[in-house]
Design a protein around this ligand. Structure first.
Ligand code: G6P
Length: 372
C-alpha cells in the first residue's frame, strides 16, 4: 500500500533512501573503543578466528557481489586467503574443505535454497559456517554455527539495494575483527578503518542527492539496448552489481567488466553510442589505478562510447574524458563501493520507471528463490 511505501513511489525508492541507515544500523553496537567487536563470532568456537587458514564466501545474486567486495577487504586486512563462489556451483565440484575453513554465507532472506544447501554441505564436510543474513531466525542462520545479522530492515522490492550495502558493511566488520584478532591490523590502522566505515552513512546521504540528475539521464536512455559497466579492484563487483540491476529491473542487456580486462575482449563491443558506466578509483589512491582507468576511458571514448563516470569529488582529471560525471564524496578505496553503488541502484530503478516497468516486481523473478 501507499502507506507502507512511506510516501515513496515504490518500495525500491524507499529502500534506496534507507541505504545510509542500513549501513549505520549494521555498525551500531559493534564498535567498542574504536575497534570492531562482534560477540556473535564466539559461537564459532574457541580459536577458530585465529586458527582458520581460509575463508570461503558463498552466495547468489547481489549477495554474491557483496561477497566479491568482501574478498578484497578480508584478504587485505586479515591476510588470510579468501575465495568467493556462487552457492549453486560450490557443492557440485567436491570442494576441498577443512575445520580450518570458515565458510561465510551471505543472504538477505536467509532462505535461498542454493545457499542453504551449500551451507549444509560445508558443515557436513567439517567446515565452520558463519551466516550473514538480514532476516532474524531464517533457515540459513539456523543451519550455521554463527550469524552476524545485517540490520537493513525488511526489504520488499525484489531487486536488493539496502541489503547489499548492509552486507558489505557486515563483511567489512568481519574482516576488521579478523585483522584485529590475528594481529594483521595494527590497532591504529584498525581504528582508522573503523572510523571510515562509521563515516559512510553521512556520505551516502550526500550521494542520494544526485538522484534527480540520474533520473534525467535515465529518461534519455529509455530506448538504450545495451549498457556496459567497468570497474577495478572493489569497483569491479560494483560494476557487476550495476549491470545486474539493469537486467533485473529494466530488462536491458548489461554486462560488468573488470576495466583491465577490456583490452582482452570486451573492447570489441564498443561502437558509437554505446553507453558505458565507469567506476573511477580515487586519484588520491597511491596505486596507479586511477590513471589506468582514465586511459581505459580514453580508449573507449575514441571508439565512440558515451561515458558516464562515477568519480570522486574533486577528480578533475576525468572531466575532459567523460560525457557525464556523477560525483561521490571522498573516501579511501575500500569505502568507495558503498558510495559508488548507490547511483547505479538509482539508475536501474529510474531506467525501469522510464520504461514504464514495475520496479518492485520485475518479471520472472522472486524475492527469495526457495527451489534449487
Ligand atoms: C533472488 C533475488 C536477488 C537476490 C538473490 C539472493 O534471485 O531476485 O535480488 O540477490 O535472490 O537472495 P538472498 O536472499 O539469498 O540474498
Amino acid at each position: 500500500s501507499a502507506a507502507e511505501k512511506g510516501g515513496w513511489s515504490s518500495f525500491m525508492a524507499k529502500e534506496i533512501s534507507e541505504e545510509p541507515e542500513a549501513v549505520a544500523k549494521t555498525i551500531l553496537g559493534r564498535v567498542h573503543d574504536g575497534l570492531v567487536d562482534l560477540p556473535e563470532l564466539a559461537a564459532l568456537g574457541d580459536d577458530v578466528l585465529t586458527g582458520l587458514d581460509r575463508v570461503l564466501i558463498i552466495a547468489c545474486g547481489t549477495a554474491y557481489y557483496a561477497g566479491l567486495v568482501g574478498k578484497y577487504a578480508i584478504e587485505q586486512w586479515a591476510r588470510v586467503p579468501v575465495d568467493v563462489e556462487l552457492a549453486h556451483e560450490f557443492r557440485y565440484r567436491e570442494p576441498v574443505l577443512s575445520p580450518r575453513t570458515l565458510v561465510v554465507s551471505i543472504s538477505q532472506s536467509g532462505e535461498t535454497m542454493d545457499t542453504l544447501m551449500a551451507v549444509k554441505y560445508a558443515r557436513e564436510q567439517g567446515a565452520r559456517t558463519l551466516s550473514i543474513c538480514n532476516t532474524q531466525g531464517a533457515t540459513i542462520p539456523r543451519e550455521s554455527d554463527a550469524v552476524v545479522y545485517t540490520h537493513a530492515g525488511p526489504e520488499v522490492a525484489v531487486a536488493s539495494t539496502k541489503a547489499f550495502v548492509a552486507q558489505i558493511t557486515a563483511i567489512y566488520l568481519l574482516g576488521l575483527q579478523l585483522g584485529q584478532v590475528r594481529g594483521a591490523l595494527e590497532p591504529e590502522r584498525a581504528r582508522g578503518l573503523v572510523a571510515e566505515l562509521q563515516a559512510v552513512p553521512e556520505k551516502l546521504a550526500a550521494v542520494l542527492n544526485s538522484g534527480e540528475r540520474i533520473r534525467e539521464m535515465a529518461k534519455w536512455m529509455a530506448d538504450t539496448q545495451s549498457v556496459l559497466f567497468l570497474g577495478r579492484h572493489v569497483g569491479y563487483p560494483v560494476a557487476l552489481e550495476g549491470a545486474l540491476k539493469l537486467k533485473e529491473l529494466a530488462y536491458i542487456h548489461a554486462e560488468g567488466f573488470a576495466a583491465g580486462e577490456l583490452k582482452h575482449g570486451p573492447i570489441a563491443l564498443i561502437e558509437p553510442g554505446q553507453v558505458v558506466f565507469v567506476i573511477v578509483p580515487s586519484p588520491r589512491d597511491p596505486s596507479s589505478l586511477h590513471a589506468k582507468v582514465v586511459s581505459n576511458i580514453q580508449e573507449i571514448r575514441a571508439r565512440g562510447a558515451r561515458v558516464i563516470a562515477i568519480a570522486e569529488a574533486g577528480d578533475v582529471a576525468v572531466l575532459p574524458h567523460a560525457d557525464e560525471v556523477i560525483r561521490i564524496p571522498l573516501a579511501s578505496p575500500f569505502f568507495e563501493p558503498l558510495l559508488a553503488v548507490v547511483p547505479l541502484h538509482i539508475f536501474g530503478m529510474e531506467l525501469a520507471a522510464a520504461k514504464g516497468l514495475d520496479v518492485d516486481q520485475p518479471r520472472n523473478l522472486a524475492k527469495s528463490v526457495t527451489v534449487e
